[in-house]
Design a protein around this ligand. Sequence first.
Ligand code: MUC
Ligand code: MG
Length: 367
Amino acid sequence: MKIERIEAIPYSIPYAKPLKFASGQVTEADHVLIRVHTDAGIVGTADTPPRPYTYGETQDSIVSVVTKIFAPAVVGLDPLERQKVQQILSRTIHNQTAKGGLDIALWDIIGQATNTPVTELLGGYTDSMRVSHMLGFQPAQALLDEALRFRTEYGINTFKLKVGRRPLALDIEACHVLREGLGEETELYLDANRGWTANEALEVLRRTEGLGLSLLEEPCDAKEAMSRRRLVDKSPIPVVGDESVPTAGDASRELLSGGCNAISIKTARSGFTEAQQILGLCTGLGVDVVMGNQIDTQIGTVATVTFGAAHEATSRRAGELSNFLDMSDDLLAEPLVIKDGRIAARQVPGVGAAIDEDKLAHYRQDK
Ligand code: MUC
Ligand code: MG
């Protein structure tokens, strides 16, 4: 089997409820759908979310790097030659989600060609994941109302609160209101997307002591290494590396230099191949992992569940799998269902991201 051609299709779907966080905001899913066609007629599919404030990629840059640099170099290879593909992609630095999407599409082809769900190929540990919902910036009472609604409607009992605002009291109040309104049994953790300094993060930890917060993600810029290390040393809860650790090399640097002591794994930016390398590193070092959300569509979320359910360590914690609920529509032919706080891994050959062609025709921007 050979890779015959690769499509990078820009599309845009508005969000019904925009998501705001310290490094940016999302009002539309202006993503790129990757389709890898083979001479056997099998097509691999993946979604790529441009996050200029996180990786510097844009919708245009993803289309361009995929069609002008990656596709000419990998057309003609067998999709099973994933290490060769990885080596070719690594000649171009950065472009994380473009690389991640291509890798996932290749796994999708391999699953379909072997008539096996990719979640089984990757590890086959379990058949579903617990869901964590990400709460964007809002006044404290609106956050609580949203969390209570998600708990009632979907059975979700783990929430990641976007923080990193100034004055700090805004987020501190939100933590207190959520804990009081949700009770002790709900897991709550924070993600500041580098919005604070390390000292501000320490102050927030002091002023939220006793609330049982479980994790603190990217509190400040990991590049400010000395203050970040001091924060990690002093924090009573794990400090999670997210945008500072898109690759296995970044994860090893941040873990070994004390820049974080837990890792968010995101398939959208690491694909399945590099995500497995990151996971192996974390497992070997005894470091907790969370399956993170790159503000994914249902297509991206299917990929996260495929990977997360495949391994024991990634299915321990709830994965961030529900933000597609804020979108006005999606491209997945068979919509995802969140029931009793869980999403099932797809038991079909491949990743299970079949596309609704009518919706793609409606939302694509290149026709
Ligand atoms: C997250 O976990 O940070 C926001 C920016 C980004 O790159 O991902 C999201 C969610
Ligand atoms: Mg994050």
